[in-house]
Write a protein that binds this ligand. Structure first.
Ligand code: 0X9
Ligand code: ZN
Length: 268
């Protein structure tokens, strides 16, 4: 699993933000967002003042493919496999894969996930049973400067925030931050901001764990298209990359800006 840090001074600890994509194999468009963000940031360093300032004051972590085995399997023989999970063999049977977005530990296995290895939402034998989720856990826990995470999925055009395992918001000041940030970003990408559980209850996802365990403000973007019928669903084609990136550049820059202190959004 490859990742990159963008910052002007690699050894100084600065406020951090993590962009991660491709928990789900068939959601290829998700990987393009961190990849193109990387390109944009590097091309504009010492050109655009905002980009330059952020690279000079933040540690920007980018992991475009957290599920590389699944991603490559999904384009095997140059035909789409509609694959969702990772590709580890589920011991003792012919079933492959765990849903990595059901494998995190926070209220793992408490709804919206399955204990059946053949299921597309198989949660695994235990929390963090998979090397991919362990890798992300270790990365996040050894980078305590990370204050915001954006995890990209497709599709439906949504901005999601905790909780996902129960029909409640996180409450207090933190909920106000999630709501304010969600509303602000939706003005740019036109996506619908909501609690993850408003979509459906699912336990063991990235953001419930990141926020529940580490108080990191974690958002899930469900990218374009809005619908599976006419929009292309998981496979909208390469022409979707550019407009989807353009729609999400301002939201990404906004999260970068506030990653030094997310509570600042409440006083602005
Ligand atoms: O089900 C998922 O993992 C995500 N949707 S997707 O179509 N990309 O598979 C949504 C996760 C949102 N989290 C919760 N509802 N808990
Ligand atoms: Zn997904």
């Amino acid at each position: 699993i490859n990742g990159i840090t963008i910052t002007s001074q690699i050894n100084s600890i600065r406020p951090g933000i993590l962009f991660v994509a491709l928990h789900h194999s068939r959601e290829h468009l998700s990987s393009e967002m961190p990849m193109k963000l990387m390109e944009y940031l590097l091309n504009n360093y010492n050109k655009d003042p905002e980009v330059t300032r952020l690279i000079n004051t933040r540690n920007i972590y980018i992991i475009p493919m957290i599920n590389p085995d699944g991603g490559m399997f999904d384009i095997k023989n140059r035909s789409y496999q509609y694959w969702r999970k990772n590709r580890r063999n589920n011991d003792g049977n012919e079933e492959y894969g765990v849903d990595l977005n059901r494998n995190y530990s926070y209220f793992w296995g408490t709804g919206g996930s399955s204990s059946s290895p053949s299921s597309d939402i198989y949660m695994g034998t235990k929390p963090f049973s998979e090397p991919e989720t362990v890798a992300l856990k270790n990365f996040i826990e050894t980078h305590a400067n990370i204050r915001i995470i954006l995890t990209f999925h497709t599709y439906s055009e949504l901005i999601l925030y905790p909780w996902g395992h129960k029909n409640e918001g996180v409450g207090g000041k933190d909920e106000s931050v999630f709501v304010k940030m969600g509303q602000t970003m939706s003005a740019w990408n036109n996506y619908t901001p909501q609690k993850s559980s408003d979509l459906y209850i699912a336990s063991g996802d990235t953001c419930d764990w990141a926020y529940g365990e580490h108080q990191i403000f974690c958002f899930t973007f469900e990218l374009s298209p809005k619908s599976g019928w006419f929009g292309g669903g998981f496979y909208p084609g390469a022409s979707a990359i550019e407009p989807t990136f353009n729609a999400n550049l301002k939201p990404m820059m906004y999260l970068l800006e506030y990653s030094d202190s997310p509570y600042r959004v409440l006083s602005e």
